[in-house]
Design a protein around this ligand. Structure first.
Ligand code: IVH
Length: 713
């Protein structure tokens, strides 16, 4: 009996323990849910409504509590928890996903007349129509899929049929709701919009990159697209992306109009533009465009036009699509923004090759969201063409490049006594008389070994990521080493010792050792990068690759005659002469010998070969493709014995033409009788070798990895 009681007590204790622990679990999961709900709410108030209710400090405390609980209780993990917004350092691999509904582009126009024709056509077909006018956001398109009110997937536009799955990165974008608010959303739907980089984030990012010696992004659009393809979502989380949604897609959507769908989307927690208008006439549409053409300058994010869409879904269905775009919408693009400002002075910059670039210092002026203080004037000819004079009022414009350019002079503001600009005839840095090479627009300082910016420029070029990739050494450290007499040319790098660096200001023992280690590691860089790193005038990254591929060793390049050099792909007489000049210089030859002693790679690696089916055939790849990236196609060509050429010429056998390839290239290829083939035709040439991914070498069957480098200038 006693034993029975004891047994009963133990069982009861266990039962109670379990109850307590179930109760604990419930309380923890409830607390986690409560924290998630609160954090999403405050996140929305901050990033979508612009109306925070709590301080950053309070928000961080809630986030930390959630992170701690989630770490202790991985059983309550949720891929849509607000804690995923900080991202992770795990490397993302972008799997290609087919869009359930194609992501089409928009027809676009710069002309109001064409826009009016578009409206006329619609009204002829559909009668009096209601339009929604929106801003055209200048970022990168994204499609978000929601299932049961939670974010399921985020996919880039890609080629419109399929794109990259970038969900982990998009989860870090604070204005993208991870779980929807309210109710009434379809169980499964897609919503499309634009991932944007606001100017403030863009300026901060470029300032950081400049300080780190990294290449700058040319504009917020490239920065947004590049960031979205980052391997680490933690990096994405820090870059301050934003997301505005403008189109709901799905089957049997419960709305009659676009306006209604976006109103609902706003209630569910999406960031939907405040700047949309319903317009019922051409006059109202024109007024919208006219207003935003100027007012957009005050917006904190980039826009490049207006989008005019038919509002009623039934009317949209009647109007339908062309092969590429809907017939019920059009984009009107604003003209590039210009600003008028005063020229203060002109600086002359000396590049690493000695090339002189005149740069205008301007009275600061706001242009396309950022303040412009400097603009390039290109060269003496361009300055003469503009007839730019001291104190002139000038027009500045941003092209695709980082540095804005001067496009004209406001002559009505010119002082009567102004005189034409006199171009410099001596190097502003070292005083050496400038020279002009035949056929070159720029002036050059020929004092290669004694002119400071040239010496520093060559070293900075050599250590670049795309050349020897010496990490830990930036422009500032190079300057410091130069000022202290430790670095004069690229070969000096390999003589540096850690103790020499450790005693310099701003460099501790640890970073000195890191620098020495990465210098040492750079001796592993492949030959084509060494060749590029030498900084021979006109020998860019691609030409270096061709030269390495053709000659296979530095000795062969050094000893090649002019005739032999032009045999290599893409090498013309100008490049050949520059290579010959480089190797005729005794100082350069001494540097080369010291680099050889330091153990740099002066020979190309053996080529990998999978088959010879493309032996003797030359290809040019152009445009965008569905199954492969351009680089994948190029490596396939090489793996199967073919040759890649960059430009259409008589020596090309096949032009593999993708989407969006330039019409000029196509025309030239047709004229030269080159066979123009599609990606499919190309795949057919490789037959079974390409169809079975298992048979392909590992690097080709991996999901596509994209780096942001491609989008940089
Ligand atoms: S609607 C079927 N609305 O412009 C049409 N697009 O050239 C779906 N864009 O790929 C697009 N702002 O990246 C639409 N308010 C807006 C937009 C917009 C920017 C972009 C979008 C699209 C491209 C079309």
């Amino acid at each position: 009996m006693e034993g029975d009681t004891a047994l009963w007590q133990t069982a009861r204790d266990r039962f109670c323990d379990r109850l307590i622990s179930v109760d604990m679990d419930n309380r923890i999961s409830e607390r986690i849910e409560e924290l998630r709900r609160q954090l999403e709410y405050h996140n929305h108030r901050y990033y979508v409504d612009n109306a925070p209710e709590i301080t950053d400090f309070e928000f961080d405390a809630l986030m930390r509590e959630l992170q701690d609980l989630e770490a202790e209780h991985p059983e309550f993990a949720d891929s849509n928890s607000p804690s995923v917004r900080v991202g992770s350092d795990l490397s993302a691999e972008f799997v290609t996903v087919k869009h359930r509904f194609p992501m089409r582009s928009l027809g676009n126009t710069y002309s109001l007349d064409e826009l009016h024709e578009f409206i006329d056509r619609i009204e002829r077909e559909a009668g009096p129509t209601e339009y929604v006018c929106e801003l055209k956001f200048d970022g990168t398109a994204i499609s978000l899929t929601y299932e049961h009110g939670g974010l399921l997937r985020a996919v880039t536009r890609g080629d419109g049929t399929q794109g990259d799955d970038v969900t982990a990165n998009v989860r870090t974008v604070r204005s993208v709701p991870l779980r929807l608010q309210g109710g009434g959303w379809p169980d499964y739907f897609e919503i499309r919009g634009e991932i944007l980089m606001p100017y403030a984030s863009f300026d901060r990012l470029n300032a950081e990159r400049e300080a780190a010696g990294d290449a700058l992004f040319a504009n917020p659009r490239n920065a947004a697209a590049g960031t979205l393809k980052q391997q680490s979502s933690a990096v994405v989380a820090r870059r301050g992306l934003d997301c505005t949604l403008y189109q709901v897609a799905g089957e049997n959507l419960p709305f009659a109009s676009h306006w209604e769908s976006l109103e609902k989307a706003r209630q569910w927690g999406f960031k939907v533009s405040e700047h949309m208008r319903i317009c019922r006439s051409v006059q109202e549409i024109d007024a919208f465009i006219h207003y935003w053409d100027t007012a957009r300058r005050e917006l904190p994010f980039p826009t490049d036009g207006a989008v005019i869409k038919v509002n009623d879904f039934a009317a949209r269905r009647r109007l339908g699509f062309t092969a590429k775009a809907p017939k019920w919408a059009v984009a009107y693009k604003f003209k590039a923004e210009q600003a008028l400002t005063r020229l203060v002075s002109v600086d002359f910059q000396v590049g690493r090759t000695g090339a002189i670039t005149p740069v205008a210092n301007l009275e600061p002026v706001l242009l396309a969201g950022t303040t412009v203080k400097r603009a390039t004037l290109h060269n003496a000819e361009q300055m003469a063409l503009l007839d730019i004079r001291p104190n002139d009022w000038v027009y500045v414009e941003k092209g695709g490049e980082i540095i804005p350019k001067i496009t004209g002079v406001e002559l009505s503001q010119r002082p009567a006594d102004s005189e034409p600009f006199r171009y410099i005839d001596a190097c502003p840095e070292c005083g050496t008389p400038l020279v002009r090479y035949e056929g070159e627009a720029k002036h050059y300082c020929p004092n290669q070994s004694g002119c400071r910016p040239q010496i520093l420029g060559r070293i900075v070029h050599f250590i670049r990521r795309k050349a020897m990739n010496i990490e830990g050494l930036g422009e500032e450290t190079v300057e410091l080493l130069y000022e202290n007499g430790l670095l004069h040319d690229i070969a000096d790098l390999y003589d540096l010792q850690a103790p020499q660096l450790a005693c310099l200001p701003r460099l501790g023992g640890k970073s000195a050792e890191n620098i020495i280690r990465s210098i040492h590691r750079s001796t592993e860089a492949p030959f084509d990068r060494v060749l590029f790193g030498l900084g021979i005038r006109f020998v860019g990254e691609t030409t270096a690759k061709y030269l390495a591929d053709h000659f296979r060793s530095l000795d062969a390049v050094m000893n090649a005659s002019r005739e032999a050099l032009v045999e290599a792909d893409e090498v013309g007489e100008k490049i050949a002469d520059s290579i010959r000049d480089y190797f005729a210089d005794a100082t350069n030859l001494q540097i080369i010998e010291r680099l050889r002693k330091a153990g740099l790679r002066f020979e190309a690696e053996e080529r990998e070969r999978v088959s010879d089916v493309l032996q003797g055939k030359s290809f040019v790849i152009s445009g965008r493709f569905i199954n492969h990236s351009r680089d994948e196609l190029k490596s396939l060509i090489e793996l199967h014995g073919g040759r890649n050429l960059a430009a259409v010429s008589g020596s090309v056998d096949y032009l593999v033409a993708g989407e969006n390839m330039g019409p000029a290239k196509l025309k030239k290829a047709e004229k030269l009788g080159i066979r123009i083939i599609s990606e499919r035709d190309f795949e057919a040439m490789l037959g079974e070798r390409i169809r079975t991914p298992e048979a392909a070498p590992a690097e080709l069957s991996e999901p596509k990895r994209q780096s942001e480098q491609g989008t940089l200038f």
